[in-house]
Design a protein around this ligand. Sequence first.
Ligand code: GLV
Ligand code: MN
Ligand code: MN
Length: 423
Amino acid sequence: MTPPTLDDDALAAAGRVDRDRLWQRLMEIARFGATGRGGVNRQAFSAEDAAARRQMADWAASLGLHCLTDRIGNLYLRRPGRDPEAAPVMTGSHLDSQPTGGKFDGAYGVIAGLEALQAIAQAGLETARPIELVAWSNEEGSRFQPGCMGSGVFAGEMALADLLPLVDAEGISVEAALAGLFEATPGLPARPAAAPAAYIEAHIEQGPILEREGRTIGVVGGVQGMRWLTVEVTGEAAHAGTTPRAARRDALKAATRMVVALEAAFAEADPEDILRFTVGRFEVEPNSPNTVPARVFFTIDFRHPEAAAIEDLCGRIEGICRAQAQGCPVTVTTISGLPPCVFDPAVVATVRGAAERLALSHRDIMSGAGHDAMNLARLCPTGMIFVPCEAGVSHNEAENATPDDLAAGTRVLAASLVALANR
Ligand code: GLV
Ligand code: MN
Ligand code: MN
């Protein structure tokens, strides 16, 4: 695809973006799941997630947007185009959060999309293509693994039937939790299947580069690949006071050795500090002070910009774990993966062109964080817009961004959407 023209209509839409309205809506959404330390806990398919969805549907009604859904609970807000049959241009992000998440990760892309649609309407524009705003289900993957479920099903990368039976830590299934989400917005029609013409997602950077360099817009060229694995180590429960060392099969001691050995092996393989290796969940059973641990379960989040490095280094995980198992059976399972993704050059050029026309400082950037855009990129020309966040902090209740930067990203989004929707 060749980059679309950023004409006067695109600039007019950008000019209607209202910084304070954008900020106010972000703060209203942040009330759903608000934590004491200024963040949010709005995990996928929770009551808080459902309440945020209800709020979106109310805003859609007040703006005359059509609200639609699908069986994985994605919420679509549609603004018709001149040609009702034309493939829509889509924008969006997610409303679910980490357990100790911030106000902006995900919510920004959704609320920026809503602001862009309102700005386009206030500029009196009719676009050739429809524009659809979407709030994707379960991007974070902290309550139900894997993440990016909504966009995964939409893009045909995941099968709904495989996801519905998955359970959270309390044994609640995706299917049961989804029922609560649907109850919050009863009677929404199903979105008719229609592949998008293009997709563009606004997001805070979640890293320190833009702020450090004093630039307002990140023109995102792609996203590094990620793979999630689980490791289960089986030991044997035994009395803490009586069982001699030689008679123990301690799953916790084996598992901690594994984590230390993995960390050391990856540090050695990666002197330039490019790969990202995280053990973010660690469960011990029976979790009793005076019983030798019988089972440990932990997760691995592994990321790298090169597919070959992911393949090679993740391929070493099982061997490293087994070498530390000391008699404990160990099972390593890959639960999800997204290859590194390169965004469409024309969409990237559209974002860069919009930043230039709007006289906003910008730079090209790669995303370290994962996004729904990775799934969409398999379906249609895709790009992303980053804005700075304070000290690069994210997945943290202290996450912050300035109203001016958030509005600037939304102006780039509005201009890009108009340009893409008039192609
Ligand atoms: C998304 O939140 C990610 O884990 O990158
Ligand atoms: Mn996000
Ligand atoms: Mn996130």
